[in-house]
Write a protein that binds this ligand. Structure first.
Ligand code: TXA
Ligand code: MG
Length: 344
């Protein structure tokens, strides 16, 4: 299949909408990462997403809307949870996905057999225009091959899925850089299943009560069931071995330099670059967690593209603010391998 590279002009957006209405697949920009979209109400179209990505069939998809009213118009749920109004007022459109009890309209391919559906109203103007032009809600996971880092540019999408999908719309680099925060309202107490651009602190301020799922920072035991199926897979991993170091800044430099050789790289901050004797991939200024989120997946892909690193050392990120989202992705990229230098 020849994958069309579309622009974000009116003509190309209408073309993408036509493809989607006819059951095709389109990669499109959102403010978080690029999504691989299909008509969410067409089970056959949605099934093609799993095939293109090599995604396990038990991992449900997010349904994207372009208006709060789309939930009612398309009868995606039977009842709107009260807390959704609070969340939508504050955070929609934006990088927040909300899970609630689904209606029968949602195809099994979208919900992967669960009784719930994940809904997101993205703020990216191109995503909104495509959803509106298609006239249907769009099911869209991140537009990467399953297991590799999520794509933050159209080029990343082409590299992973070129030849397997109908089109990609190029809308430039994504602002947030990692996937939306996922919160469920289908439990007694609302619970964060995946941290993202909207922080736990922000959600707690609006809802008052909030739990954070154990799987956000800990590895699931073999017999544990993931509240969010996506959390159980090794994710976001480059081919090189990522190792996280829990340590002070000077210990980090010393530890990495003492292991310097051609296969060793550092995923680090701007301030470290001149102190390190190994290849560096910087996430931005030390305390700028927003920049770290923006650059993380791009740097993980660069490490693979350069193809010379066998081991990549990074500091264990902070769990504050959007740092928690970076922590959640990096600890998975590292297969939960952390060396604690503070212990000695
Ligand atoms: O920012 C984002 O969320 C991007 C853009 C494209 O919107 N999408 C995205 O989708 O990251 P995906 O499929 O890569 O991640 C969705 C996550 C998965 O971990 C999945 O298991 C979880 O949300 N999920 C979806 N529906 C769910 C449900 N009904 N119950 C629990 N978890 C759900
Ligand atoms: Mg994904």
């Amino acid at each position: 299949m020849n994958t069309l590279l579309l622009k974000d002009n009116e003509k190309d957006i209408n073309k993408a909408a036509d493809i989607l209405r006819n059951g095709g697949l389109v990669g499109l920009p959102t403010e978080t990462v690029y999504g691989l979209a299909a008509d969410a109400l067409n089970g056959k179209a949605v099934a093609k997403i799993f095939e293109a990505k090599g995604r396990p069939m038990d991992n449900p998809l997010i349904v994207h809307i372009a208006n709060f009213g789309d939930i009612i118009k398309h009868r995606l749920v039977n009842e709107i949870p009260k807390m959704l109004f609070l969340l939508a007022d504050e955070f929609w459109p934006g990088p927040l996905t909300v899970i609630m009890k689904k209606s029968d309209i949602i195809p099994d391919e979208v919900s992967a057999g669960l009784s719930t559906v994940a809904i997101r109203f993205p703020s990216h103007p191109v995503a909104q225009r495509v959803i509106k032009a298609a006239g249907v809600p769009l099911a869209a996971p991140s537009a990467n091959l399953s297991g590799s880092p999520s794509p933050t540019t159209a080029k990343h999408v082409m590299n992973d899925l070129g030849g397997k999908i109908d089109a990609v719309i190029d809308g430039g680099a994504c602002e947030v850089g990692l996937e939306s925060t996922v919160i469920t309202l289908a439990t007694d107490v609302p619970r964060v299943l995946r941290p993202g651009g909207i922080t736990v602190e922000q959600l707690r301020e609006v809802l008052g009560i909030l739990q954070v799922d154990d799987a956000v920072v800990h590895k699931l035991k073999d017999n544990e069931v993931a509240a969010s199926p996506g959390m159980k897979y090794k994710h976001y991993a480059p081919k090189a071995n990522v190792i996280l170091l829990k340590c002070h800044d000077d210990e980090y430099i010393e530890y990495v330099n003492s292991r310097a050789n051609n296969g060793v790289s550092a995923l680090c901050c701007d301030e470290d670059i001149r102190l390190l004797n190994v290849r560096t991939y910087s996430l931005g200024k030390r305390n700028d967690y927003t920049a770290h989120a923006q650059n993380l997946f791009d740097m993980l892909r660069k490490i693979d593209d350069d193809g010379v690193s066998t081991t990549v050392y990074s500091r264990l990120p902070s769990v504050n603010g959007v740092g928690l989202a970076v922590y959640n992705r990096l600890i998975r990229a590292a297969g939960f391998e952390v060396i604690d230098l503070e212990k000695d």
